[in-house]
Design a protein around this ligand. Structure first.
Ligand SMILES: Cc1ncc(COP(=O)(O)O)c(C=O)c1O
Length: 407
């Protein structure tokens, strides 16, 4: 081909590419800059040729951990690995000096496989298996939470002399995924349990709570600390010298609802209350799960079906409630990006399995997508792959690690 013709072909090719990029129609407003909130959709799709997939960017985890460390200077951060235990995330956080919160033998062994020592690990699951307590203590895990007399016995037998914190019930107002229906005790019982732990040779260290996951109200931590203060004083009157406040997890990620408090806003609420209510020098721990990994993942799905039922538009994806999107049942609403064109209208969005529960949303805004189109869900790094099953033979999302892809 002569040089001039080659130039014309190259120009046509570039123009085609530009047209394609400019015609990308997003459900969300066109991003002003590339970030985990507004990722480069074409890049995400190129990195995930088969679906469902969860594109994970450890660089975003690192940035968010650094932001947390900065906001919560002087505290110890233990990543609740249940949110996403992918080894690349664990390795990155370990290298950055982060600690880890685990609940089970399975989670403990994931950390052991990476050579993570016991002094970087705690367990705040109030009800643990005996096997787990034994293995964790043997590995050097030196701190456990509890909220029952049976657990005091278990810990005294399998982790004698260890440090413990009692889990207090606190309001979960503002949380989109509350955790107050299962664990925790009220004031007087909390003090009785701390005293019982001391009698059985354990070391009562402090009080822990969880304000509920995805808590969009920073004030929730203030309210919880005020309640903690009452119990702290009651414990002091019983001669218990507590030194540790574990303010749990619950820090939110921005899904569809804007203006969630960031790490700095939550830290301000906690530090202000701590200064007002507790003696200086009280040690503070936190256990974020969602907030350290949520922004680092984009879930890529394929539209496998569309249908019209009673005038309602249904869109079926190759991943649903049983394949990573379980939190939609509790009200977490994801934001979608797609290349499909046309007006964005609400549809019923469902997963691939034959179960009616497998309905992600009754009012999901999407343009007129067709079978084969891709839909990318933003901020899906937490509680997606971790919750996923192969129900009905449909595989859950495969993790794709891509350093820097979302920054
Ligand atoms: C004991 C404990 N700590 C921390 C977390 C992490 O919570 P989040 O992901 O809301 O930060 C959880 C979540 O269930 C938990 O149960």
């Amino acid at each position: 081909m002569p040089g001039a013709a080659r130039t014309v072909v190259r120009r046509a090719c570039i123009a085609r590419k530009l047209r394609r990029i400019m015609s990308l129609e997003l459900c969300a407003p066109v991003p002003s800059r590339i970030s985990p909130k507004n990722p480069d959709l074409q890049r995400v799709l190129d990195l995930c040729p088969s679906t469902p997939a969860l594109l994970l960017d450890p660089a975003v985890v690192e940035a968010d951990f650094r932001d947390f460390s900065d906001a919560f200077a002087g505290t110890r951060i233990f990543y609740a690995i249940k949110a996403n235990p992918h080894p690349e995330i664990l390795k990155r956080l370990f290298a950055l000096g982060c600690g880890f919160e685990v609940s089970s033998v399975g989670e403990l062994r994931m950390l052991q496989a990476l050579g993570i020592p016991g002094d970087r690990i705690i367990s705040s699951n109030p009800v643990k298996t005996e096997e787990f307590v034994r293995e964790a203590a043997a590995h050097g895990v030196g701190h456990f939470a509890f909220d029952s007399a049976a657990e005091v016995e278990k810990l005294a037998r399998h982790a004698p002399g260890t440090a413990v914190s009692v889990r207090l019930t606190v309001p979960n107002e503002g949380s989109d995924w509350p955790l107050d229906k299962k664990y925790g005790v009220e004031d007087a019982q909390a003090v009785d349990l701390l005293a019982a732990a001391r009698e059985r040779g354990l070391r009562p260290a402090g009080i822990t709570f969880h304000v509920g996951s995805q808590n969009r109200n920073a004030n929730g931590w203030r309210v919880a600390l005020e309640k903690t203060r009452v119990v702290w004083e009651m414990a002091e009157r019983r001669g218990l010298r507590l030194t540790l406040l574990n303010v749990g997890g619950g820090m939110p990620v921005e899904y569809n609802i804007p203006n969630v408090p960031d790490a700095h806003a939550v830290a301000r609420a906690i530090f202000d209350a701590r200064k007002r209510l507790f003696p200086s020098g009280v040690e503070t721990w936190l256990e974020p799960g969602r907030a350290l990994v949520g922004r680092a993942g984009v879930m890529v799905c394929t539209v496998i079906g569309v249908a019209e039922r009673d005038g309602e538009r249904w869109v079926y994806l190759d991943a649903g409630i049983f394949h990573g999107l379980a939190e939609a049942m509790g009200g977490i609403t994801y934001r979608a990006l797609t290349q499909a064109k046309g007006p964005v209208t609400p549809c019923t969005l469902a997963g691939p399995s034959c179960d009616s529960v497998d309905t992600i949303s009754k009012e999901f805004p999407l343009p007129p997508v067709r079978v084969g189109d891709r839909v990318a869900l933003v901020a899906c790094g937490a509680y997606t792959t971790a919750y996923s099953s192969v129900f009905n033979g449909f595989p859950g999302p495969e993790a794709v690690i891509a350093e820097g892809a979302l920054i």
